[in-house]
Design a protein around this ligand. Structure first.
Ligand code: F6P
Length: 544
């Protein structure tokens, strides 16, 4: 059966609608339709989405939902949840949702998940409770997760976001092959009380293996202990246990996850061990439950009221019809400082694709450039571009109603700034307002004439505001799942495979050819002039 749903009619209708509404001003829509906020907002799994500050009308949303229906989003969603091999180039199912469906025992995957969660819980209780001690019998105080990409970004982000729920364990994250990363991490650690968690789905990733070897050397040298004792200080998290055993990690310290869990979707699995150690297993279960609540919403809500679907469609509207090429993520919460970086892999490694599942080239834009930073700092960094630049960059603002750090009116000011920025992006500041402002400042006509063009803010920049009561395990889980499902829906509509990442292989292959040249083990020949010249630079200078 041709799996190529015909979305052309829906797409053409949206193109026509876009042309007909090219002069739409978001702020005017509120003036003519006071119910706009309630019509264009949704609540699910503890997350509130205000999407009323988008360049949309009721008709826009109807046509976008028609596009989702034409792309058969519902059918594809069911196929994902029931384990069909929708990762077609790697012939794998995509079942990160099974990782947080912790009360289910109806599928082979759920039985595996339950078993591994139990092993995780035993490990967490043993380390936190002191039963698992270091080689000298001391309580473990520090865990170092060694991993990269999905084996690092999710856990690091979640540990940072959930610091208020922390305990005596300090979790550190080493990912970069730049030796500074591991050096600056282990410099102050005590080998007696440190456990390294080597996290790698393949257990072949160069950065992770090199860092793990360095960690092992450090431990052996610092602790002057024989090899077998390091068992107590190394845990492996992988879908390739054989490799982990070859590295020297004992079987009972190896936790599995499976090929139906994509790396960038894996923090719900044993990859999240550092999260569970940092916040305790009960809070980790709450984290899973929050994601599961969003899963249930995604599975059951009608498309028109389905938060991940709406977020996905708004992104497609901004990118493929309004021409946005980037998407800013600006959490107004210091604990979510790493969230934009985490989303970069989730969105750009999933949907940074140019070929459809049938091998044909896409004829539209796919994933945007996802970037961002924490507010209010972003206001003193890149908001100038958002306000007066030449790129239209949609923004997702994220803010909790409650802070974990109630001091004076800090949170009230943070909240005001967040709302003001989305308001300013929408309303801008036109010629009349600028002139009035400058007159009030007592400027002359000539001064106003000269300055006015520089102070105009066009406005009409779309934004979403995502609000939760508090950044806690359940709402963080739901927030992450929201974006996972948004990425999935966009991939379905763009007809791309969101679950492979062939584009990262070429760079790895090229690096493996350059290493022996840099080491002087092979002739540096057959290279382009730039690479050749750059190799000469380093080979002509003694390495430290
Ligand atoms: O970036 C490529 C990639 O394969 C990611 O998809 C993955 O999360 C990361 O490298 C690490 O891979 P592994 O967990 O196998 O070490």
């Amino acid at each position: 059966m041709d799996d190529k749903p015909d979305i052309s009619n829906a797409w053409q209708a949206l193109t026509k609608h876009c042309h007909q509404n090219s002069n739409l001003k978001i702020k005017d829509q509120f003036a003519t339709y006071p119910e706009r906020f309630s019509e264009f907002s949704l609540e699910a799994a503890g997350i509130f989405l205000d999407y009323s500050k988008n360049r949309i009308t009721t008709e826009t949303m109807r046509l976008l939902c028609d596009l989702a229906k034409a792309a058969e989003v519902s059918r594809h969603r069911e196929e994902m949840f029931c384990g069909k091999e929708i990762n077609i180039t790697e012939k794998r199912a995509v079942l990160h949702t099974a990782l947080r469906n912790i009360h289910d025992e109806s599928t082979p995957e759920s039985v595996l998940v339950k078993k591994e969660l139990k092993r995780m819980a035993d490990c967490v209780h043993s380390i936190l409770g002191g039963k698992w001690s270091g080689y000298s019998g001391k309580l473990i105080t520090d865990v170092v997760n060694i991993g990269i990409g999905g084996s690092d970004l999710g856990p690091a982000m979640a540990v940072a976001a959930l610091q208020p729920y922390g305990n005596h364990i300090k979790a550190h994250f080493v990912s970069n092959i730049d030796s500074t990363h591991i050096n600056e991490t282990i410099k102050y650690l005590n080998p007696e009380t440190t456990v390294f968690i080597v996290t790698s789905k393949t257990f072949t990733t160069q950065e992770t293996l090199v860092n793990a070897i360095t960690a092992r050397e450090w431990l052996l040298n610092k602790a002057a202990i024989e090899k077998k004792t390091i068992e107590k200080h190394f845990i492996g998290i992988t879908a390739n246990p054989t490799r982990a055993i070859e590295f020297g990690i004992s079987q009972e310290n190896i936790f599995s996850f499976w090929d139906w869990v994509g790396g960038r979707f894996s923090l719900w699995s044993a990859v999240g061990l550092s999260i569970a150690l940092a916040i305790g297993m009960d809070k980790f279960y709450e984290f899973l439950e929050g994601a599961h609540a969003m899963d249930k919403h995604f599975e059951s809500a009608p498309l028109e009221e389905n938060m991940p679907v709406i977020l996905a469609l708004l992104g497609i509207w901004n990118i493929d019809f309004l021409g946005a090429q980037a998407q800013a993520i600006i959490p107004y919460d210091q604990y979510l400082e790493l969230f934009p970086t985490y989303l970069q892999q989730l969105e750009m490694e999933s949907n940074g694709k140019r070929v459809c599942v049938d091998g044909s080239d896409v004829s539209y834009k796919t994933a945007p450039i996802v970037w961002g930073g924490v507010g209010t700092n972003s206001q003193h960094s890149f908001h100038q571009l958002l306000m007066q630049g030449t790129h239209m960059v949609p923004v997702d603002f994220i803010i909790p109603l409650q802070t974990h750090s109630p001091i004076g009116n800090h949170h009230l000011l943070l909240y005001a700034n967040c709302l003001a920025q989305s308001q300013a992006l929408m309303c801008g500041c036109g010629e009349e307002d600028v002139i009035a402002e400058l007159k009030l400042q007592g400027m002359s006509k000539e001064q106003i004439h000269n300055l006015m063009p520089h102070k105009i803010i066009p406005g009409n920049v779309p934004s979403n505001t995502i609000v939760m009561d508090k950044i806690e395990p359940s709402t963080l889980g739901a927030l992450i799942a929201l974006y996972e499902h948004k990425v999935f829906v966009q991939g379905i509509i763009w007809r791309i495979n969101s679950f492979d990442q062939w584009g990262v292989e070429l760079g790895k292959r090229m690096a493996s050819k350059l290493v022996p040249m840099l080491q002087g083990e092979s002739e540096a020949t057959g290279l382009d002039g730039s690479t050749q010249g750059l190799i000469n630079l380093i080979t002509c200078h003694p390495r430290a």
